[in-house]
Design a protein around this ligand. Sequence first.
Ligand SMILES: Nc1ncnc2c1ncn2[C@@H]1O[C@H](COP(=O)(O)OP(=O)(O)O)[C@@H](O)[C@H]1O
Ligand SMILES: [Mg+2]
Length: 344
Amino acid sequence: MNTDEYIDLFDELDSDEQTDNFINKDKRRQRFPERHFKYVREANAGFLKGQDDSSRSFNFTYPAARFESWWLLESLGDFYEHKWITDVLRRVKGGKEASVYLCRSGPAIDEPLVAAKVYRPRTLRNLKNDGQYRLGRTDLDADGNAIVKDGDLHAMAKRTNYGEELRHQSWIAYEFQTLETLQSVGADVPQPYAMEKNAILMGYVGDIDTAAPTLNSVTLDRDEVAPLYERVLRNIDLLLSNDRIHGDLSSYNILYWEGDITLIDFPQVVQPESNPAAWTIFLRDVTRICQYFASQGLRRSARKVATDLWTSHGHKVMQEIDPGQLDADDPNDRKLWEKQKSSK
Ligand SMILES: Nc1ncnc2c1ncn2[C@@H]1O[C@H](COP(=O)(O)OP(=O)(O)O)[C@@H](O)[C@H]1O
Ligand SMILES: [Mg+2]
């Protein structure tokens, strides 16, 4: 593919953002000269080119548009070659950061259907909101091991192309590793199967015709409300026992299927001990859960529930910091974090 084609590809894959750009176009044009847009588009094209390491092919049922099909081959080709999957049947959902596809499993998996979460190129190219979550979190490489080499750390801080690649790999590795950890302790999460540079393969929740809805769209039976609330709290507790806060927990990231729940969407997990905004992020997670259950008739004080869980794991309720204000690459934020840690 030539650069123009990569640019088209980027636009097609990020069509939601395009709409956004269209709506805000006039305002944005006032702020940025035309060459800015050209630069962004070319940088994105360069990123995609870097992803293009082979010309793969396998035929799948899902009628993907031309470039989406290319992105799927790039992202799922290894799963296919390693016989994790034999077909892509349909797109379950295009989320804000990733699209999830229903796939037919290969012989390596002993359930018939699996879900492939394929990150959107924009998410990977531009992890602009990852700073607050990365703070105090060791970055992981493609094998899930901590990145410790000075050169790698430097590339990530400087945001070179290579550094960006490490960053996005780490983002995905956290999602995969968290699924593995939680699965092994009996939490309600999809079974993780495999990870590639753009994608994760995991257990699918739903049946061939319908994927499990997210809890926000479900009205629970009266007698389900309390047990499912307890179930969610049990999962939050298990997360804390394993040094993790979900970081984006809400009824939008919980699937509901035949009376059971499954927590999903973990790339932004936060470690309670090392992120200065940990308490605030945790309180936000618990608050969103309490909001959903309040809509189903069960009222709890989010602050009390969060405080009880938090302190039962030996953590102190900290000064509240707006997590949106923190950036792992900002030396002042790092200082703040060190100060908080030493004053405990
Ligand atoms: N294992 C799964 N089984 C069935 N549907 C899933 C699964 N994982 C995700 N989904 C669907 O895909 C959507 C997007 O996945 P999610 O991990 O939440 O990514 P995003 O970061 O884009 O929100 C979810 O809201 C859900 O509808
Ligand atoms: Mg989600």
